[in-house]
Design a protein around this ligand. Structure first.
Ligand code: GLU
Length: 295
């Protein structure tokens, strides 16, 4: 089985359409947030600019099942996609007026700093190093790093395995927190394979080029769920990965607006989860976490 996009989308589209049919939404969006009509914002704010433009650019992932995944017709599906739609709706921007930009892990700060996107919603862990370059709204979800292996593998039970077995290999993605946090467990550099996208790691696990994949539990669970029993998760989560929404450094007003929007739309937040990541076996509907201070 290949885990590149096209293999994943067929199944996921069915899930999304079913979810939309059951949830009373439409094919476009799993949530039911009405698009605000001519909302008013203080002049000069990002909100006023975006509302005036009637469109915005959002960076997200295109290859992560249930979070940000490109469908056959180019449409995007997933929890991050729905979160972005909730925020856009409060700005008076309809889902079809969002310009999506594929944003692999390693370029997220760069595209925000360069003004190429208005925000990034992309399984994006809030941490101090990144917060030197950008501002994070949120968190809107708390994930944790874990390890995925072939179902038939009973040897690898956690990150310590890689310390004790210098020949064992593990895959992650450039510019991600898991790719750094696995390093202390490795006996040597050669054990770590890095790609730009997690689907490439899943393919490498499938073909036996690597022994394991590491990233956030919910991302891995998406691949497990699409693998027809080929993959499984092992061990406990060994880090905390609070997901934030990345925006231009210092845009405190926009950050506060995003936090207030999410808090005011908890029903849509739950619906968004249930239509996307909530479809994965082994996940639980989260409660919206308390936001951090906007800085
Ligand atoms: N949440 C982690 C991060 O932001 C891993 C997932 C990802 O690479 O998007 O680096």
């Amino acid at each position: 089985m290949t885990f590149r996009r096209t293999a994943l989308v067929a199944t996921l589209s069915v899930v999304a359409l079913t979810a939309a049919a059951c949830g009373g939404g439409d094919e476009e969006t799993a949530t039911d947030v009405p698009v605000a009509e001519a909302p008013e914002f203080e002049a000069g704010t990002t909100m006023a600019e975006l509302a005036e433009a009637g469109s915005m650019t959002v960076g997200t992932k295109y290859d992560q099942p249930f979070f940000g995944l490109e469908g056959l017709g180019g449409e995007l599906e997933g929890f991050d996609v729905e979160i972005a739609k909730i925020i856009a709706a409060e700005l008076g921007i309809a889902p079809e007026d969002i310009d999506w930009e594929e944003t692999p892990s390693s370029v997220r700060e760069e595209v925000i700093e360069g003004g190429e996107v208005d925000m990034v919603v992309a399984t994006y862990t809030i941490n101090a190093e990144r917060a030197e370059r950008i501002t994070f709204a949120g968190p809107y979800y708390e994930a944790g790093q874990q390890i995925m292996v072939l179902s038939e593998n009973d040897e690898i039970t956690g990150p310590e395995y890689f310390t004790e077995n210098p020949d064992a290999t593990i895959c992650s993605v450039r510019g991600s927190t898991p790719s750094e946090q696995i390093r202390p467990y490795l006996a040597n550099e050669g054990q770590l394979t890095l790609f730009d996208e997690y689907s490439q790691c899943a393919d490498s696990l499938s073909t036996g080029q690597v022994d394991a994949v590491t990233t956030d539990n919910v991302i891995l669970l998406g691949f497990v769920s699409e693998s027809d029993g080929e993959f499984k998760l092992v061990g406990e989560q060994f880090t905390e990965e609070p997901y934030g929404i990345g925006i231009e450094k210092g845009d405190v007003e926009f950050c506060q607006f995003i936090n207030e929007t999410l808090a005011a739309n908890e029903e849509a937040y739950v619906a968004a989860w249930e239509a996307t990541a909530g479809q994965i076996e082994g996940t639980q509907t989260p409660e919206l976490p308390e936001p951090n201070e906007c800085v």
